[in-house]
Design a protein around this ligand. Structure first.
Ligand SMILES: Nc1nc2c(ncn2[C@@H]2O[C@H](COP(=O)(O)OP(=O)(O)OP(=O)(O)O)[C@@H](O)[C@H]2O)c(=O)[nH]1
Length: 388
């Protein structure tokens, strides 16, 4: 009958192979994101680590077995950390991570072959693993101001995994230079109970995190207009409602601007549908350059757009519409070597301190836009308070 530790190693071996395959498939299906490949390679390295432990008796030299085990353990953690840095665009150079890993291995080599010290040999590379896992935990949680549940879970699991390794490393270190049978038993218990549980938990949360990335990407696609890259109607309504709720707590002034390109049908007729599309793309790009990053722009359909802006005073907010109108009027769009002159009409409604739903505000701004159109186009019309 084999020791229970052997069965745990076999389970870990197969779990790692499966995780490596899952992340490899994720890499293939999720647009070849480099971080998914890093995670796959990281679990492949773990597979080698567990296989190394399973076939320990085949090694002629225990030191060689130990050095291979430490190296793949370190490689696995370095690749995982590197993957998380790539996913979050964290500016830690891969050479720094590799350098930390190589430094840990050099110390292990020194205390294995040059100046043998069992405690240091068994613990130093684990302390380096702890450092890298803690970096990963911070990198995941610092990625965005409001982390998603999957990210909080993944960060926490990396922290717990790091703590389990820290305990194992400290037990190993307290042996000192020579082996202490009682401490080795304790080390084995931590190594084969808490560590596998934390390892599996951490891996599951990383999968959950990538699934939540995908869900977020899908949600964004469902809310984005593919031609102009602005929000579509659904995306605009959803974000505008959220923004108006936030705005109620701040002393900011908000305006809703409904605008529409003038005589767009004539542009399509003269320059073709592709020319019309280019006008839509160029004009929205131009507008985005002249509004703030936090302002919301959405395409309501055809050549109709809406912008929700907030400024510290109302006059500043309403000036934006006039500035945008003048800018469109003065900037011809270049299409296939030809210049297309474009104008647009604007309807503006003030939202601050007016407890009106976004749908009603859009209707009011649309009425103001209609007035701008019927009174000659290339104009900004403000919705009168009395008209509400
Ligand atoms: N190229 C292009 N044309 C579009 C798109 N969506 C809608 N259109 C066209 O936009 C034109 C809108 O025409 P109208 O609603 O008559 O408005 P207009 O010609 O701009 O006239 P006014 O708004 O009154 O100034 C139609 O010819 C639609 O076919 C699109 O995605 N691309």
């Amino acid at each position: 009958m084999e020791s229970p530790f052997t069965y745990i190693l076999i389970t870990l071996f197969f779990s790692s192979i499966l995780l490596s395959i899952i992340f490899f498939m994720t890499w293939q299906t999720m647009g070849k994101q480099k971080y998914a490949l890093m995670f796959s390679l990281s679990f492949l390295a773990s597979t080698v680590l567990w296989a190394n432990s399973l076939f320990k008796s085949l090694f002629l030299s225990h030191e060689l077995y130990w050095m291979i085990g430490c190296s793949v353990s370190m490689l696995s953690v370095v690749l995982g950390t590197w993957g998380h840095c790539l996913r979050t665009n964290t500016k830690i150079h891969p050479a720094t991570l590799l350098g930390i890993g190589v430094f840990g291995m050099m110390l292990t080599y020194y205390f294995t072959y040059i100046s043998p010290h069992l405690g240091l040999r068994m613990s130093l590379y684990l302390y380096v693993d702890v450092l890298l896992l803690m970096i990963t935990s911070v990198v995941i949680i610092k990625h965005r101001t409001k982390s998603r549940p999957a990210e909080i879970g993944a960060s926490l699991m990396h922290f717990i995994f790091a703590m389990c390794i820290l305990v194992a490393a400290s037990i190993a270190l307290s042996q000192g230079k020579e082996m202490d049978v009682e401490l080795i038993k304790l080390y084995a218990i931590v190594n084969f109970t808490a560590l596998p549980a934390a390892y599996v938990g951490m891996s599951v949360f990383v999968i959950y995190m990538l699934a939540s990335d995908l869900a977020e990407e899908m949600k964004l696609l469902a809310m984005t207009d593919p031609l102009t890259d602005c929000f579509n109607r659904r995306g605009f309504y959803s974000h505008a409602k959220q923004k108006l709720l936030e705005l109620q707590k701040q002393p900011q002034h908000a305006c809703l601007i409904y605008w529409d390109i003038d005589k767009f049908k004539a542009i399509n007729d003269q320059f073709g549908h592709a020319g019309g599309d280019q006008v839509l793309i160029s004009i929205t790009q131009l507008i985005k350059q002249h509004i703030k990053k936090d302002d919301l722009i959405g395409r309501m359909g055809g050549e109709e757009f809406v912008i929700l802006i907030e400024r510290s005073n109302y006059q500043e907010a309403i000036n934006v519409a006039e500035r945008l109108r003048a800018m469109i009027n003065q900037t011809p769009i270049v299409y296939c070597g030809q210049q297309i002159s474009v104008t647009a009409s604007f309807g503006v409604v003030e939202l601050s301190n007016q407890d009106i739903p976004i749908e009603q505000a859009i209707d009011l701004a649309d009425s103001a836009l209609y007035q701008a159109k019927s009174s000659g186009r290339n104009k900004v019309v403000f919705s009168e308070l009395s008209s509400r």
